[in-house]
Write a protein that binds this ligand. Structure first.
Ligand code: SAM
Ligand code: FES
Length: 357
């Protein structure tokens, strides 16, 4: 059997491993294996993206949600959640502030909120595009119809984040109510890809019921689906959900998986997530050292920050956008990285593809 150390080199050379090899790499990990993995991950990342870190300004514009995912603090059954929606004017004011701070991507994220019909979302996307034509708009609005995705793309949104959450059917059913299905989620992801979005999928690390097999399913799915972005972060319990007493995902496993993802596709846009920064004060730095190249500071108005609580103890809920922006810059400089004032597109996009979006 090949040792986990040699599996790192094999993954670096081939961009993939067999099912049993991925399992062996994950289960056989230790500090020495992690060191080799992170070295290789940094090598390939520096080759593609240099020392640049791309910023995305996250605008959490609604915490209303019609879904009831068992892990999520803004699930509809959580009657303790203090619900809010941002108006178009408030969203544009977040963009204005973000633009001044050097953000060239805005991420509109929210619960699945029927208030934001296609017409309303198209209006928002067009207004941002109109005001900031040199910026990319990323949407993260959950599952919508193919036609809805098509209209939003035509209005000017170029990227879409929709975590698949887990590629294992039985595990998906443990995390979601019966009216949600993995099939529906995968169909949405395929629709987004077909329409021409830069697409991000992803999963939580250490969510209840997750096994090594589930993680291997995720990695093989990502290899096959070829997303442009992959968002992974540790699961963290929220006190008012059915998973309130479940343990959090581990920092060490999350960063190990970031390293693997970087070797699966050296061009991936890979965020060091807020959840990673929440389980450890230097989690985002460790994520970057493992191969991540994106950070998504919060641009939401401070007044609503502590209402978009997906999990307990979320960081940066009291900080102004500017504080987070410069805090991140300082943190990145300290570990030898630079914030790039660019849209930060996926490196594989050709000139024509870039023009088309
Ligand atoms: N409604 C959109 C969707 O479903 O894609 C966007 C918002 S959703 C709250 C964003 C992501 O937060 C989810 O994809 C999930 O992976 C993550 N999340 C939710 N609850 C979490 C928790 N307790 N710990 C860590 N991440 C969580
Ligand atoms: Fe928000 Fe550091 S990123 S305070």
């Amino acid at each position: 059997m090949i040792s986990p150390l040699s599996l790192v080199d094999k993954l670096r050379a081939n961009g993939t491993l067999s099912r049993s090899e991925f399992a062996c790499l994950i289960e056989g990990r230790n500090p020495q294996v992690a060191e080799r993995l992170f070295e290789r991950a940094q090598e390939v990342r520096h080759r593609v993206y240099g020392k640049d870190i791309f910023l995305r300004g996250l605008i959490e514009f609604t915490n209303h949600c019609k879904n009831d995912c068992l892990y999520c603090g803004i699930r509809k059954s959580n009657l303790e959640a203090d619900r809010y929606r941002l108006s178009l004017k408030e969203i544009l004011s977040c963009c204005e502030q973000g633009y001044e701070l050097g953000f060239r991507t805005f991420v509109l994220q929210g619960g699945e909120d029927p208030h934001y019909t296609d017409d309303r979302m198209v209006e928002i996307v067009k207004a941002i595009k109109n005001g900031y034509p040199d910026c990319a708009i990323t949407l993260s609005l959950g599952e919508r119809s193919r036609e809805s995705y098509r209209r939003l793309f035509a209005a000017g949104a170029e990227r879409y984040l929709l975590r698949h959450e887990t590629r294992n059917e039985a595990h998906y059913a443990k995390l979601h109510p019966a009216n949600m299905s993995l099939r529906a989620r995968l169909d949405c992801l395929q629709n987004l890809m077909d329409i021409g979005y830069q697409v991000g999928c992803g999963f939580m690390v250490g969510s209840p019921g997750q096994t090594t097999d589930c993680l291997v399913d995720d990695l093989l799915f990502i290899k096959e689906f070829k997303p442009h972005m992959v968002g992974i972060g540790p699961f963290i319990a929220h006190k008012d959900t059915p998973f309130a007493n479940e343990p959090s995902g581990a920092l060490e496993l999350t960063v190990f998986l970031l390293g693997i993802l970087r070797l699966i596709d050296p061009k991936l846009l890979l965020p060091a997530t807020t959840a990673l920064g929440t389980i450890s004060p230097t989690g985002r730095e460790k994520g970057v050292m493992a191969g991540a190249n994106v950070i998504m500071p919060n641009l939401s108005p401070v007044g609503v920050r502590n209402k978009y609580l997906l999990y307990d103890n979320k960081i940066c809920t009291g900080d102004e956008a500017a504080e987070c922006r410069f805090c991140i810059q300082r943190r990145m400089r300290d570990i030898g990285y630079d914030i790039a004032v660019t849209r930060g597109d996926y490196a594989g996009l050709t000139g024509e593809a870039r023009q088309a979006i």
